[in-house]
Design a protein around this ligand. Sequence first.
Ligand code: MLT
Length: 338
Amino acid sequence: MNPIKSFTTFAAVASVAALTLVAPAHAKNFKIAVGDSGGSSQEATGLGFVKALEELSGGKHTATLFLNGQLGSEQDTVNDAAIGTLDMSLLAINNITPFSPTVGVFTLPYVILSLEDAETLTQGPIGQELTENTINDAGVRIIAWTYTGFRVLTNSKKPVKSVADLEGLVIRVPKNEIMIDTYKSWGISPTPMAWSETFAGLQTKVVDGQDNPYTTINAMKFYEVQKYVTNIRYIFSIEPLIISESVFQDLSAEDQNTVLEAGKAATQASAQFLRDKEAEIKQILLDKGMEISDPENNEQEFIDLATAAVWPKFYDSIGGIEKMNEVLAAIGRDPVAE
Ligand code: MLT
């Protein structure tokens, strides 16, 4: 026998044998698309998930994060997960709403007023119901929640303190009807744009501004292209980790349980990240030269216009006015009148 060929065959057999010894049967390395960069709340959830998954599976399973929209726009990753070509994605809930309208209740302006509200809603029966809805509507299952903080407005042109100050600004919003209508209630027509195109849009001044939480603004280095921040706090940003339902159903019952438990640990890691880091990150934005201000009159003008125009328009899509009142009751708020 040709000695070179025989050595090559031996080496190939030996490496397959070694791999079999190292990698337990059915070991998975889940591929996770992540819309944001390193240092973001999304990454904190992703890292929390990987750590818990490895621990809970005794090292059998792991997952790899593909940061910064490498695997496509956030909305595209929902389609990819739905057809099973992508395992998981970490993305803003407003980018799931077009596929599963009832999750829009978390994007309605001024519904969630604190991190604690967000935790109560996502970790209770409402979160469970919305998880089931995304499985049925979109073929994806929510397994963890990221709490990213309030979305604040940034722009490169001028300080904004009132609704009137928005005039003349071109603001990017996600492709989300609720967010588009919110800006319309404030008198301007925003520009819908995919998240993956937003930094370039701000840099080239196709758009003047956008809104996202402090942690996202920092992770995405928006301070390089934006100067003014206004704490409009109109949406508390929630960013789920979703798994393709077909990928989930292919797992054994034991592995499904491991994935769900790792998701719970990731949710806790996300809340801890926000509690630990938000104030520090706000200071980083100031140090980078951003000017941060509060709207006049405790934001009342923004609140009144948005809630009056936007809430009633979306009652049907979120499951009716009864659903709205169920959500408000869960966080101790008064119901809206029928
Ligand atoms: C968006 O603005 O589209 C999202 O909030 C971005 C993100 O995932 O952080």
